[in-house]
Ligand binder design. Structure first.
Ligand code: F0G
Length: 455
């Protein structure tokens, strides 16, 4: 049978209008938002690619499950559905609900980390790093060197450098390492996957030193699809079988259900360690809620119970990964510099290579994000000098694709907008900060274009 176009594996039952604005309006809106994408009203954005977190569309089955939500404080039936669904995929003994991923991180590191501890990860996401540091420990990123070169294609650019892991543990001593973490897929490094072989090797290093291995599992289903399509021996396995095998090498996980949980809010923490689970539940009661709801409504638990299963459906994953690859490959073919290969949830534009005439201290990523909005009403996010200041190793602009929200024609429109901006790249100028908060400045910073003699 000839290969046919990969289509959205759903039809649309409820629509949400999006609003066109004129270029003049967008110019005015940009100025009012001080050129900061976080300060734009969402209603004035045509295609919103700020994040794939909590922005997905739920299915009819999820909405039906929501009506079944049991809002009992303790022993809710919805918790049983939630736990059973998660255990079937993740396999861990204890499942602890939280209001989102960072709450699971805070509880895990709060209980497992001591002052002076060291937590290795392929790459910590920013909330993960902040929670490790808040617990008094050091967060160490041990990505393979290929993962730090945007233009270099590699099938598993999210892999951990397992030799570096081994020597780090030898150097600092195993008693200082409470756990090792693998982020699947690696969001901060371009949404790149981790291979099963790498999971197996990391797990072997951990076992040899007697250290538990945890997953930051936010995009576990997308990672499973990359293993199925790129790693030898997995083509005939289902994404669920792949996820089950992967989690089988670990001792627990943190999860934001706002990503591959297909929900608008929620998360969870899993562990096989009975003693740790008890301490985590005690802390949960203090700040999140009773262990059968953990800061969520019963209906949220139901939506997640259905969502984690739907995220693993083959038709869905085939469409999701193909749609993002289509966007990345089309713009890359025209010369636009992106992180290669295309990631699982987003395309990352390399702003330093896109705008080589703008020095880093004039925020090439923020300038590019502003131009994408001006050109086509597209909202993206800068991950670079504005976000990390001098610590930024790259200046990227992330176009994160919400799950099941935009169709192929939206993606074609995005290609057109990006290529129009690419054509005009030489006319794009740098930006200057006019206000910054003492920490996490990118959320509230004010910027303005650099003009005249300063440029
Ligand atoms: N870990 C990873 C890899 C993430 O990408 C995120 C969130 C979290 C943990 C925290 O989860 O938001 O539910 O508390 N990433 C979002 C993003 C915010 O836009 O990439 P959360």
């Amino acid at each position: 049978m000839p290969v046919k176009t990969i289509i959205e594996p759903f039809r649309i039952k409820s629509v949400e209008p999006i609003r066109w604005t004129t270029r003049q309006e967008r110019q005015r809106l940009l100025e009012a938002a001080h050129y900061n994408m976080f300060l734009l009203p969402a209603a004035d954005v045509l295609i919103d690619l700020l994040t794939d977190s909590g922005t997905g569309a739920m299915s009819t089955r999820q909405w039906a499950a929501i009506m079944e939500g049991d809002e009992s404080y303790a022993g809710s039936r919805s918790f049983d559905h939630f736990r059973d669904s998660i255990q079937e995929i993740f396999g861990f003994r204890h499942v602890i609900p939280t209001h989102q991923g960072r709450a699971a991180e805070r509880i895990l590191f709060g209980v497992a980390c001591k002052h002076g501890g060291v937590v290795p990860n392929n790459t910590h996401f920013d909330t993960t790093r902040a929670n490790v540091e808040f617990a008094g420990a050091e967060a160490v990123d041990l990505l393979i060197p290929e993962g730090r070169q945007p233009a270099l294609p590699h099938p598993f650019k999210g892999n951990m450098d397992v030799e570096a892991l081994d020597s780090l543990i030898e150097r600092v001593g195993r008693e200082r390492v409470p756990l090792v973490m693998l982020t699947v897929t690696n969001n901060s490094g371009g949404g790149q996957p981790v291979s099963m072989e790498n999971v197996r090797q990391a797990s072997a290093v951990c076992k040899r030193h007697g250290i538990p291995l945890y997953f930051d599992a936010c995009r576990f289903a997308e990672n499973a699809w990359f293993i199925k399509t790129r790693e030898e021996g997995y083509a005939d396995k289902t994404p669920k079988e792949i996820a089950q095998e992967m989690f089988g090498y670990g001792d627990g996980c943190t999860m934001s259900a706002k990503k591959d949980g297909m929900a608008n809010i929620g998360g969870f923490l899993c562990t096989n360690d009975d003693r740790l689970a008890q301490q985590e539940k005690d802390l949960l009661i203090l700040t999140e809620g009773y262990p059968t709801y953990g800061g969520l409504a019963g209906r949220d638990l139901e939506a997640i119970a259905v969502g984690v299963q739907e995220a693993l459906e083959e038709d869905y994953l085939r469409y999701r990964i193909a749609s993002i690859a289509y966007l990345g490959n089309h713009i890359a073919a025209a010369g636009v510099p992106i992180v290669l290969p295309p990631g699982g949830h987003a395309i990352y534009l390399d702003a330093r290579a896109f705008l080589p005439h703008i020095p880093c201290h004039q925020f090439p990523g923020a300038a590019l994000a502003a131009e994408l909005y001006l050109e086509g009403g597209v909202r993206s996010v800068e991950i670079g000098t504005l976000m990390f200041a001098a610590a930024a190793q790259m200046d990227l602009v992330r176009l994160a694709i919400p799950r099941r929200v935009y169709t192929q024609s939206h993606i074609d429109y995005l290609v057109e907008v990006i290529l129009d901006v690419w054509e005009k790249r030489k006319q794009i100028g740098g930006m200057r900060l006019t206000y910054e908060a003492p920490f996490l400045r990118h959320f509230t910073a004010h910027l303005e274009p650099v003009k005249g003699a300063d440029a």
